[in-house]
Design a protein around this ligand. Structure first.
Ligand SMILES: Cc1ncc(COP(=O)(O)O)c(C=O)c1O
Length: 501
């Protein structure tokens, strides 16, 4: 825990909170599992007040808070109570003891890993979808939400530049999209023995895991070396595929990054598409991080070639400002998903409405599904695409400015060209002659200090074996002041670490 928040979670405070009378009496709650409508409204208002209060207070808080397990177990590990308590007190306890102990990914100075700042209509859409109790599995069970998913898939199709034959589904996230994509690829390849999958050494672990889940042996997931810009090396890829084919392996998929999470690097999509077409190998693009850049003119140019891929994985809970979980898988030929996933089950025979009434459960791994399209649709309907384009551009523009700042800095050094919204840099003044090891130690010190002492949150990565600090600038709430202050603090910590290595 970064600050002295111990006090707010003492058992005494908890008991006191439990005795608070707001939010209905236990008697009201003990009417089976139902609540009176007035109480439901009061509690919903309370939930909204807690959430909005948190969002308003974010800039004055640190971007991270957490606690060790032993302390949390003492507070939270208890038998489920036999009798209920006032719901408002339970909510307050969650808002006091549990929910704040997390990385505040939507903090304006949250730059670590891949942050995320959900739009409020997106949050409300999740609330409404849960409250309307939608199971977005089949057309019969949820025709309205199914049509809405078709609408959102159609938006994605247009943004990606896919043909009308394309299709897709919304998933929990990029991991599930990778899994569904590789299964579709395997089936399209005829489910061969000795299957191999190719991806760059920069690819996300989710893709490697997806390959393993569909039955590709870990040693048959080929990590293709990347070049000095962290882009997959085409010659190395071609050599690996040729060697594998010559020795009886069967390539089923090649995965490209469209923004690698570490550096934001975009693989050579056009060249990979040419090669995949020539070799008849399924091309998947992992665009979980960078894919939504395509709604801007600049992103569209950067991602040229993505429209030639057989499948594209996207995460709207990243650069499209939705609450978790909001991923998507798009396939160029819509039938490839149903070919891979549709399985007849007698209990579901009534759900077959025939042509043009898709059951989304036939397109991926989930039967019961939440109505994810609602949040994307409600957010876009509310704000309009111009606002989304501006917010996505903001990330790239701030990353450019951060890169320029680093290049002008006497203390900092750019470790990798800025790509999309990712800035990899480190403390390394031009006039020092420290070896790599010492520089690594100094930068680790700076990262640790920024973690404990600064309100911002950044993370680190390795860029060609060099320890690098890393900003991923994505949140629609982040401003240049947020980025500049974070860089200034890094410079100051860097200077102090250099003075006292
Ligand atoms: C490039 C990339 N691919 C895949 C994933 C996994 O996505 P998810 O966490 O939504 O499952 C991530 C997550 O950060 C990512 O950045």
């Amino acid at each position: 825990m970064r600050r002295s928040q111990q006090e707010r979670r003492t058992p005494a405070r908890r008991a006191e909170a439990g005795n608070e009378p707001s939010g209905g009496t236990p008697e009201e709650l003990r009417d089976g599992l139902s609540m009176a409508p007035d109480l439901m409204l009061e509690l919903a208002r309370k939930a909204a007040e807690l959430a909005v209060g948190r969002i308003k207070g974010l800039p004055d808080e640190g971007a991270w808070d957490g606690e060790f397990r032993q302390i949390l177990a003492e507070q939270l590990m208890e038998n489920p109570p036999e009798d209920g308590q006032p719901a408002a007190a339970v909510m307050e306890r969650a808002a006091r003891e549990i929910l704040p102990l997390a990385l505040r990914l939507d903090h304006p100075r949250s730059f670590g890993f891949i942050p995320s700042s959900a739009t409020w209509p997106g949050v409300l859409a999740d609330f409404m979808a849960a409250a309307y109790n939608i199971n977005q599995c089949t057309w019969l069970v949820a025709s309205g939400p199914s049509q809405l998913e078709l609408v959102v898939i159609e938006w994605l199709r247009r943004w990606m530049g896919y043909p009308e034959s394309a299709g897709g589904l919304l998933t929990s996230g990029g991991s599930a999209a990778s899994l569904d994509a590789l299964l579709a690829a395997r089936e399209a390849a005829g489910n061969p023995d000795r299957a191999t999958v190719y991806m760059s050494d920069q690819s996300h672990s989710a893709l490697r895991r997806a390959a393993m889940i569909i039955g590709v042996r870990p040693e048959c997931v080929r990590a293709v070396p990347s070049d000095s810009h962290s882009r997959l090396d085409m010659n190395a890829l071609m050599d690996l595929v040729a060697d594998d084919r010559a020795t009886g392996f069967n390539p089923i998929a090649i995965a490209a990054n469209a923004g690698a999470s570490s550096t934001g690097a975009i693989d050579p999509l056009e060249a990979m598409a040419d090669y995949c077409e020539a070799e008849s190998i399924w091309m998947h693009v992992d665009a979980a991080y960078g894919g939504f850049a395509i709604v801007t003119a600049r992103g569209k140019a950067l991602l040229r070639g993505i429209e030639r891929a057989d499948s594209i994985g996207l995460d709207a809970h990243k650069w499209f400002f939705q609450p978790y979980e909001a991923g998507a898988l798009m396939v160029k030929d819509g039938s490839t998903l149903e070919n891979a996933f549709a399985v007849h089950h007698d209990i579901l025979q009534d759900t077959v409405w025939g042509a043009n009434h898709p059951n989304f459960s036939d397109r991926g791994l989930q039967l019961s599904r939440s109505a994810r399209a609602l949040k994307i649709w409600m957010s876009v309907q509310t704000f309009g695409m111009a606002a989304f384009r501006k917010a996505v551009s903001n990330g790239m523009e701030l990353a450019d400015r951060a890169g320029e700042y680093v290049e002008r800095s006497a203390v900092l050094e750019l470790v990798h060209p800025v790509s999309l919204g990712v800035v990899c840099f480190r403390v390394n003044p031009a006039n020092t002659d420290l070896d790599e090891n010492s520089l690594g130690e100094i930068n680790k010190k700076v990262l640790v200090r920024s973690f404990w002492e600064d309100r911002a949150f950044m993370s680190s990565t390795m860029v060609q074996s060099v320890f690098s600090l890393r900003l991923c600038i994505l949140n629609h709430t982040s401003t240049w002041d947020d980025v500049r202050q974070t860089l200034e603090v890094t410079e100051a910590f860097g200077q102090e670490a250099l003075a006292d290595p």
